[in-house]
Design a protein around this ligand. Sequence first.
Ligand code: IVH
Length: 707
Amino acid sequence: MAADTPVNALSKAEAEAELARLAEEIATHDIAYHQQDAPLVSDGEYDALRRRNEEIEARFPELKRSDSPSERVGAAATNAFGKVEHVVPMLSLGNAFDDGDVLDFDARIRRFLNLDADAELVFTSEPKIDGLSASLRYEKGILVQGATRGDGRVGEDITANLKTLPDIPQQLPDGVPDIVEVRGEVYMSHADFAALNERQEAEGGKIFANPRNAAAGSLRQLDPEMTKQRPLKFFAYAWGDMSAMPADTQSGMMDCFREWGFSVNPAFVTAHDTAGLLAHWAEIENRRAALDYDIDGMVYKVDRLDYQSRLGFVSRAPRWAIAHKFPAEQATTTLNDIDIQVGRTGALTPVAKLAPITVGGVVVSNATLHNADEIARKDVRIGDRVIIQRAGDVIPQVVRVLTEERKPDSKPFDFPDTCPACGAMAAREIRDDGEADAVTRCSAGFTCPAQARERLKHFVSRAALDIEGLGQKQIDDYWALELIRTPQDIFTLQARFENDPPEIWQYTSGSKEKIGTLKDSARKLFAAIESRKTADLHRYIFALGIRHIGETSARLLARHYLSLTAMMQAAQAMAAGDEGARSEIEALDGVGKALVDALIGFFAVAENCAAIMALIEAGVTPTPPEEIATDTPVAGKTIVFTGTLEKMTRAEAKARAEALGAKVVGSVSAKTDILVAGPGAGSKLTKATELGVEVLTEEQWIELVQA
Ligand code: IVH
């Protein structure tokens, strides 16, 4: 076969070999172009290679490689940037979808801070920019580091790229604190986005789906010169590590940022009450279409910084800020088909296959239909004209069917009663209350290939193991090639394949000695996997995909059990009727009965226990959490609050104690270290006295934690 054999004359085997050759060749050109600034071929020749690759993939979609050039822009990026650990994590925001949610936000804050309904509580309000957040670190006024948000704790070092943005000062005026971290959003204007896409089209480059993607692609260029040519902008709205605070309000901080040379959104205002916030929201929503950049809502923040620090955070979002979203954008299209996807728990989810349509700047071709009831309720049928909507990153939804446009011969959708992936029976569970559950579930469990594959995808997802080079796409590929079928398979890849690599991990072109040997990219993957054997314990707990155990409860369990085996043994003890083990874990704040039942249920399945043992066998040793704070008088102590607290609300007291490394539980036992008892304390105080637990008044407690 020659490199110029027409695509439609290629046999499947030839196509596979040709895709391998093209992947290598294009990668070589990418490196020459992007990293060495020394292209080996003309743009036209390079484009022809990419086109040929795409044509072959179009003809043989099943042969598409995990390292396909069609999936990459420029040279590989993720491992090209260094990692930056954020001194202060970069958080996300909770959402408000209507006025009621905003009133609740205000009420929650007043309750937490013990403020009367008429006490002054000033907020700031500004647009929520649909871009990418970045953190800029200045030391003695000099920009020394710029990073992406990453997973909030660790981001990527893109200093050189951020330095090319005209909105980002490289130096701050004299007199600023020694350490300053300014955070904000990198974005691209509509006009710049349109011009960029035109240029890309003319040059045969990548066409971006929306300004946000264009900004992301531009910022993550390996070559800062490329970033420099992209029209990126920056709005400052927050900060991270600061050696001193130059203001005591959010609005004061924004004034400083402006004086220091940053852009702050011109629509930034303060409001004295929720009515002011809602009025500002309506005003900006009205002007939204006329703005030259994408916004998807407004962000409200408590103005006083002392209030902000008292309010603190719940899991990954501050209590003192919220994003008030704009309503979703809608469009009308045709529903061509209904696909049934099988999730990791066996849930059959119907997905609407749509005639592609642009909604809010993004091309949409799928929408979720949730479950059988939803399809019946909306009477969604194949061939219908439907109104769909999309809001932010949420999966598009079918709002309603235009029944007036329906063809007379259309038939209601028949929801399958077998699993499309494995053929096993699929049914709706009957709940405790006798009603059928909304979800139709495949009954096969471990033997259903779709469930096993989706569980693997969850295992490697970002909040779970987050292995560089092993994403959702690779799981699909390696599953198909039977390289990975269980979590432990991931950790034995190197041992199994290092000396005898499968074709996808072999060099297929280049020098003679190299052909057939292990590719560097595979070596890198193995190294990445190796390094994740000691990933944080909470990631492993979350990765198991146990019902009711999300990121936050995984952290709680990690702190409590300190190892996978301890957790497994406790679950088994609880299953065998050990009430002590059960009450100990249920006493943890944030752990409920449903979670404990799910934990017990998970480890009652022999395959799950075997999977844990196999992981350990494969060399997995998760890193137990450090105490959040160890140098405080209450670190590691178990505290119970009872009676009325007068200086702060229960919620604030609890948050404060936890931030200092204490465990706050609801009931007194022999394991309780301190009982903080306010007026009106009753049975808990009696029990603590009986057990000899240290009892403090609220004042004594405050004195202790302020020490
Ligand atoms: S404040 C601790 N303000 O929205 C609070 N975020 O959904 C930090 N965003 O990660 C965020 N515009 O990338 C804030 N005016 C604004 C924003 C904004 C956009 C992004 C930011 C954040 C995400 C949270």
